[in-house]
Design a protein around this ligand. Structure first.
Ligand SMILES: [Zn+2]
Length: 333
């Protein structure tokens, strides 16, 4: 009798401990251990069974999120989730959430679906749907201030750290959206770790935008046969592999996707929308000296390939000619 109750008590203790441990895990987003990445960026294969889903989920704290990807990382089942009102994303342990399939129609009144849908309406301008489109998607915000975005297209040159150091002087947690290509990350492990350190220390608030994995580009080719419109491009792999690589290296992809060269067509727009991402354009590519209005989405290239644009950015910044405040890109849609 005594023995039986001891066994039952022990069992209960184990169960209670398990529940407590699970609760602790569920208190915060999942963290991917990157302590071994000194050897260079982790391969995207660290993230397996990666697939798009669309589910509405809630947890014990009665929070509601939309899950857009499911995956396994180091034997854990994780979800990439979006807060449908703030548009922030997080990686969460699947076991902490109760989820059910949903669809675009059921979520159409959320801020999130509004952003996905508006930003994926092709900029046809009377052209045929197969025609290439330039700068489709969200290219301007109705908010005041402006949005600093930087593209990390594949490059053999190092990251322009001076430019980011300058952004740090604007104030703590200066928001910057970095559109990263998979090939940039694989070749710039130390620069990527440096960027993560700027975010960890609170100097910059970085939002990671997907800029495709390979970012194809052939100089001199017409845009109808260039960038992601090159033959044989697997748009789904371009999208998902970049997300996997970011996750494998400890970061969380945002809901934004920026087309290489800002070039797309209706089919590409549709693919991005199917994966529940927001197409991010720009109306402030500074080398083209556009008039800068409040709500401008500024575009610079801190990948070492666009020094005239950076010089112009610095000049405008120092003269106070960039619309303030600088806002996080999640506030743009
Ligand atoms: Zn690019």
């Amino acid at each position: 009798m005594v023995r039986a109750s001891y066994v039952i008590a022990s069992l209960f203790a184990i169960t209670a401990r398990t529940v407590n441990a699970q609760d602790a895990v569920c208190q915060a987003p999942a963290r991917i251990d990157t302590s071994t990445t000194d050897a260079g960026p982790a391969p995207l294969t660290r993230v397996s069974n990666y697939r798009p889903i669309f589910q509405q989920c809630h947890n014990a704290q009665n929070q509601t999120r939309l899950a857009i990807r499911r995956m396994n990382v180091d034997a854990e089942s994780l979800l990439l989730m979006v807060d449908p009102s703030t548009l922030t994303t997080s990686l969460e342990h699947e076991r902490c959430w109760t989820c059910a399939d949903t669809n675009d129609e059921a979520q159409k009144d959320t801020r999130f679906m509004g952003a996905v849908q508006i930003a994926s309406e092709p900029a046809l301008n009377g052209a045929a749907p197969q025609s290439p489109a330039f700068n489709a998607g969200l290219s301007h915000s109705t908010k005041d201030g402006s949005f600093i975005t930087g593209d990390l297209c594949p490059s053999r040159k190092p990251l322009d750290r001076d430019l980011l150091e300058l952004l740090k002087t604007i104030g703590p947690r200066t928001p910057v959206a970095l559109a990263i290509s998979g090939l940039w990350l694989t070749r710039h492990g130390a620069d990527f770790q440096w960027l993560r350190e700027q975010a960890r220390s609170g100097a910059l608030e970085i939002t990671w935008v997907n800029h495709s994995y390979h970012h194809p580009y052939v100089p001199g080719r017409p845009i109808a046969d260039n960038f992601l419109l090159r033959p044989g491009i697997d748009i789904q792999a371009e999208i998902l592999d970049t997300e996997r690589l970011l996750i494998a290296n400890g970061e969380t992809p945002s809901i934004f996707f920026r087309f290489p060269g800002l070039v797309s067509d209706a089919a590409l727009m549709q693919a991005v929308r199917r994966d529940h991402l927001v197409v991010l354009g720009a109306d402030g590519w500074l080398v083209f000296a556009p008039p800068l209005r409040p709500g401008a989405i500024l575009l610079i290239h801190p990948n070492g390939n666009e020094h005239p644009g950076l010089r112009l950015f610095v000049k405008l910044l120092e003269k106070g000619r960039l619309p303030r405040p600088f806002r996080p890109i999640n506030e743009a849609p």
